[in-house]
Design a protein around this ligand. Structure first.
Ligand SMILES: Nc1ncnc2c1ncn2[C@@H]1O[C@H](COP(=O)(O)OP(=O)(O)O)[C@@H](O)[C@H]1O
Ligand SMILES: [Mg+2]
Length: 454
């Protein structure tokens, strides 16, 4: 592909129609899609919505051009200029970038696009690849400004990513506040996803070992703390299956619920010195988990509260961060804002340089159904949002009030009710969702809100 020729042919003030004819066909070809593997104006199945392009590799008896179903990649195209002549700026966080990204997200979750794992936004000056896993859309690259010099490597990088779709989404459950339900959420959400046929791995990355203990597990002979420092060890050997026994008639059937990499005592002894011996520091856990990208549907990482080595590692290793808060705990709301603003969007995202990780909207863990206390929490959140807006020029609305849309000031925050069985089941070494139908319903609602795209 002679990209310099292609780029030279795109008018500097190209409208969307020109980007569609002069740029996107070349892009799709370079990404490995033949003419019979792509369609313009693909109907998403949501009203009259159409995404500009859809693509999928053909199989021997299924030609995408003819069957027009199960797309794998969607491309939402913008011009360099609008038809009215205004410049379209797709630089990350510009107004037009945000609206285009949200448009792509909506398409990726539309009825006829549920098969799509990938989405691109581009106006031929900028390009960004997103990945869609069940309901979660995460950036797979940064939003990159295309130049004659970088376009070949950028397109190759995107091609390599979409040709190797990972099976797994890695989620870190984190808030910089203790007792908000990080460990409880990790265990019960994982156990719930198992009931929905997902294969799940849990990583206890908290030296207090709450998760490991509440499942009644002991580390294997190869320990997580050793794997961090010793590159020759095989992390797979650190996995312990969490099993439960089911009564079926007169016999008992033992089944594997999910896999766990338990925390071990070696982690307690992690001094500053040990940590500095770990190659790549807080980036090490992400590398350690790479071999599991095609083995699990979800990996959940449980972290301690303090923003130190373990939590930094967990957030760095994740595609998405799920943030539990308490509606009646002001600092859990303020700390959530800090996690999003400082730790995720500033610290980790800058070092990762692949556009990730993302923060999922916060939820209230263990709140009563009464409206008054929820109202008070909403007022606090409004304060937190206002401060972030004036002091830091950051829009936290989507992270706290994700249901707010133009013309609809819906300030509902997802609420996981308080339920005594949840707290007591840790003593029984069984996730609460398996002890009580009601609890399973609660966590299934959480799984549907954030993850499952049914
Ligand atoms: N939805 C809930 N209903 C009742 N108790 C809960 C709920 N979520 C968490 N808890 C309890 O709250 C306490 C703190 O939860 P935990 O998961 O240990 O928090 P963290 O990991 O954030 O420190 C635990 O005793 C736990 O059993
Ligand atoms: Mg915990």
């Amino acid at each position: 592909m002679d990209w310099s020729k292609v780029l030279a042919n795109i008018p500097p003030q190209a409208k969307e129609a020109e980007v569609c004819t002069q740029f996107v066909p070349h892009l799709l070809e370079a990404l490995g899609f033949s003419e019979k593997e792509r369609l313009p104006q693909f109907s998403t199945g949501a009203g009259n919505d159409c995404v500009d392009f859809a693509a999928r590799k053909n199989t021997s008896d299924d030609v995408f051009l003819f069957t027009r179903n199960e797309p794998d990649l969607l491309i939402e195209v913008k011009g360099r200029f609008t038809n009215a002549g205004g410049a379209i700026n797709l630089t990350e966080n510009s107004h037009q970038y945000v609206s285009t990204r949200e448009q792509l997200k909506r398409y990726l979750l539309s009825p006829k696009c549920k098969s799509a794992h990938w989405g691109i936004i581009t106006n031929s000056s900028h390009i960004q690849l997103f990945r869609c896993h069940d309901k979660v859309v995460t950036p797979a690259t940064e939003c990159i400004e295309l130049t004659e010099e970088n376009i070949t490597s950028v397109v190759n990088h995107i091609k390599n990513l979409i040709e190797d779709t990972p099976r797994c989404l890695t989620v870190c459950v984190y808030n910089n506040k203790g007792g908000v339900g990080k460990t409880t959420t990790t265990i019960n959400l994982a156990a719930t996803l198992v009931t929905q046929k997902k294969k799940v791995l849990l990583v206890d990355f908290d030296s207090q070992r709450d998760l490991t203990k509440s499942l009644g597990l002991e580390p294997s002979s190869v320990k997580l703390s050793e794997c961090l420092t010793d590159n020759s060890l095989d992390i797979r050997s650190a996995i312990i299956p969490f099993k439960l026994t089911q009564k079926s008639g007169k016999s008992n059937k033992v089944y594997r619920v999910f896999d766990v990499i338990p925390a071990d005592h070696g982690m307690e002894a992690f001094t500053h010195q040990t940590q500095s011996r770990i190659q790549k520091g807080a980036a090490r856990l992400r590398d350690l988990l790479k071999p599991f990208a095609n083995e699990y549907d979800y990996i959940f990482i449980d972290c301690p509260t303090q923003w130190l080595f373990f939590s930094k590692s967990g957030v760095y290793a994740a595609d998405a961060i799920l943030i539990p808060t308490r509606h009646n705990d002001l600092s859990s709301l303020q700390n959530a804002a800090r996690v999003i603003q400082e730790f995720i969007l500033n610290d980790v995202k800058k070092i990762r340089q692949d556009g990730g990780p993302i923060a999922l909207p916060i939820f209230f863990n263990g709140s009563p159904a009464d409206g008054r206390s929820i109202d008070m929490a909403q007022k606090e959140i409004e304060q937190v949002i206002a401060t972030a807006k004036t002091v830091d020029k950051i829009n936290l609305v989507p992270y706290f009030f994700p249901k707010i849309k133009p013309g609809d000031m819906n300030k509902t925050v997802f609420n996981l009710p308080d339920y005594a069985v949840v707290a007591s089941s840790a003593f029984a070494r069984v996730p609460a969702v398996y002890k009580h139908k009601k609890v399973l319903e609660y966590y299934l609602a959480l799984a549907r809100e954030y993850f499952l795209n049914e």
